[in-house]
Design a protein around this ligand. Sequence first.
Ligand SMILES: Cc1cc2nc3c(=O)[nH]c(=O)nc-3n(C[C@H](O)[C@H](O)[C@H](O)COP(=O)(O)OP(=O)(O)OC[C@H]3O[C@@H](n4cnc5c(N)ncnc54)[C@H](O)[C@@H]3O)c2cc1C
Length: 393
Amino acid sequence: MAAPNHFDVAVVGAGVFGAWVAHDLRHAGASVVLLDAYGPAHARASSGGESRIIRMGYGADDIYTRWSAHALLKWQQLFARMRRPELFRRTGVLWIAPPEYKYAVDSLTAMHALGIPAEKLSTTDLRHRYPQVAFEDDAWGVLEPESGVLLARRAVATVVDEFVRLGGEYRQAAVEAPTSAQADGKVLEAIKTSDRHTITAGQFVFACGAWMGKVFPELLGSRIFPSRAEIFFFGLPAGVTQFDEAHLPTWLYLADEFYGMPDIEHRGLKVANDRHGASVDPDTQSRIATPDAIDAARAFVARRFPSLTGAPIVETRVCQYENTSNGDFLIDRHPQMENVWLVGGGSGHGFKHGPSVGEYAAAHVRGRVTAETAAEPRFSLATKAETQQRSVH
Ligand SMILES: Cc1cc2nc3c(=O)[nH]c(=O)nc-3n(C[C@H](O)[C@H](O)[C@H](O)COP(=O)(O)OP(=O)(O)OC[C@H]3O[C@@H](n4cnc5c(N)ncnc54)[C@H](O)[C@@H]3O)c2cc1C
């Protein structure tokens, strides 16, 4: 019997955003197909790779603090239902800041106002607790003890597994970019796939990460800015445990714009530069680490983790952020096709928010918006500029 090709909703893109949107729509009773060109959280997707930080601190942007706290709960509930509790690691998250650093001060204030545990640490506290890190004499810290790490690609696979278990359909296929000619008047009737199927649906969600500009070149080609990101895992000296989850939290070194994680699953110390790299094409960019990024990561490690000076790099990953102009997400209706929704712009910080994005987008697609999911102007297409000025991290 041929597979059905009509659905209430077709979701294109099985990264963390599309997977959660599809999941929540199916959970609400819609018939849903989820499609991806390469597979859920594949090696080229922004949601691929082993690990992503889930932290609550967002400076004064308390909308993301609230969304992150809500998302953490939903991630943990999913992992409990699917018997995969190990996919969240409560490592704690430590912000290391220069004196009076506004982002850290505002994060602490916002977390305290929302009742989220967050501890202020002095230089003495930092040095006493984390002797394996070299702190400046005036550094201070904010520790989020409940936050930690999501094991990224497996977490997304788990969302898709539950979506399928709930009766959703996952298909691996590339979807052709819909042209305005395909939209009959103001409604998109169908999409075409690489395996030559035509899928009709009442609504379409495009959650295509760094590919958004390729799928909608006129609309998003100059509004989504994919940028290269390189990740390193440094091998630890034999027998040394002081970099494991019991001894070192996940950390963000604000002055240096580097962040990283303790030794999870014996991969070594994860180290990454949060600055935006070169503009890239997610299909074709080289996934081999560059000498400049290797040198910068080695120099950072030598400065901040002196006992690892000269440690071997045992694993690398190259990925891309899918930035909007300022870092706010894009979750809005297509301006010319009223049954088409755009969900993206994770901007290097979106992973943790997957469950909140799914809940918000599913409510809007279904037309069942509540006080919690009321339209947020910051996610609108209208706020997405064509020049970059990053303000949300
Ligand atoms: C190196 C790195 C570190 C990061 N660190 C963190 C972190 O610590 N914490 C955090 O919260 N966030 C972090 N982020 C950001 C976060 O990972 C992303 O914001 C998030 O994963 C974006 O998910 P997405 O679903 O929008 O995109 P993707 O995961 O890229 O998914 C988009 C999917 O759409 C599919 N697709 C595109 N076009 C088509 C088509 N035509 N047909 C079919 N399928 C298509 C693609 O194959 C892809 O699978 C990081 C990102 C990177 C790259």
